[in-house]
Ligand binder design. Structure first.
Ligand SMILES: Nc1ncnc2c1ncn2[C@@H]1O[C@H](COP(=O)(O)OP(=O)(O)O)[C@@H](O)[C@H]1O
Ligand SMILES: [Mg+2]
Length: 251
């Protein structure tokens, strides 16, 4: 359904992505793990044209594009298929939860206001915010704001949702409610590509895990492959470190 080939990206002299490949089938939940600075965010941003890759190809269903030289029309077509959930929610502060969710439908998709509100309310209900349609972001907790961010993505009915560390800006006690919502939508068959440090999510919800380091995919496999029998030394070291951190965090 989504095939990405040979993505390269440099910022100045720093080569951040050194030829990243990824194939995602319909219904897959693919989790990318890896140390900070390894290029995970840059990779997601290149897929959605928030960043222009130096090189790379992608096919989204029947649309094939060059990630460096895609036309505005192609970018627009692909953005109809791909939604993004940001680390810092990226909500409009002067709009209510419902307005945040309907904005993209009304402006980007030309859906009527009434229809958009109907879709938006259903999406907010799905993330457990049926009481918060008219609340502004400042009146919501971080976990609730991120659930609005997820509802906004779901409302667009995309082929795939990209999540960039959706829980890493949250206080620890709010992480669970967001992960539960993500788990629910994964169980409904939503195709998802998720960058996260939440190893339990990777282990329990993903059907495939990629370990990225230094701008390349070092290793990929099922959660069992990666967590129980990693082959590469870099993967082993990373897991040892991050699982130890998780452990100290829970005791
Ligand atoms: N817009 C930018 N300009 C310059 N350097 C950037 C930019 N965005 C990211 N980088 C650099 O690229 C590297 C990878 O960043 P990023 O993709 O955010 O990694 P990750 O998400 O894995 O932590 C980092 O060294 C970061 O400083
Ligand atoms: Mg990042």
């Amino acid at each position: 359904m989504l095939e990405i080939r040979n993505v390269h990206k440099s910022f100045g002299k720093n080569e951040i992505l050194k030829g990243v490949d990824l194939t995602i089938d319909k219904g897959d939940v693919v989790v990318i793990i890896g140390p900070s600075g390894s290029g995970k965010t840059t990779f997601l941003r290149c897929i959605n044209f928030l960043e222009k890759a130096d090189q790379g190809e992608a096919s989204f269903g029947d649309i094939q594009v060059d990630l460096h030289s895609a036309t505005k029309k192609q970018i627009h077509q692909i953005r109809q298929k791909v939604a993004f959930v940001f680390q810092n929610y990226n909500l409009f502060h002067n709009k209510t939860a419902l307005e945040n969710v309907t904005e993209g439908l009304i402006i980007g998709r030309k859906v009527s206001k009434t229809k958009a509100e109907d879709i938006g309310k259903k999406a907010l209900n799905k993330v457990g915010l049926s009481e918060k349609y008219n609340s502004y972001p400042s009146e919501l907790s971080g976990g609730q704001q991120q659930r609005v961010g997820i509802a906004r993505a779901v409302a667009l009915n995309p082929d795939i949702i990209l999540f960039d560390e959706p829980t890493s800006a949250l206080d620890p006690e709010l992480v669970g409610e967001v992960l539960n919502v993500m788990k629910d939508i994964a169980n409904e068959g939503t195709t998802m590509l998720v960058v996260t440090h939440e190893m339990s999510f990777a282990q329990n919800v993903a059907n495939r895990v990629l370990f990225m380091d230094g701008g390349v995919v070092v290793e990929e496999g099922t959660p069992k492959d990666i967590f129980s029998k990693p082959k590469k030394e870099r993967t082993k070291q990373f897991l040892k470190r991050i699982l130890a951190e998780d452990y100290t965090y829970y005791i």
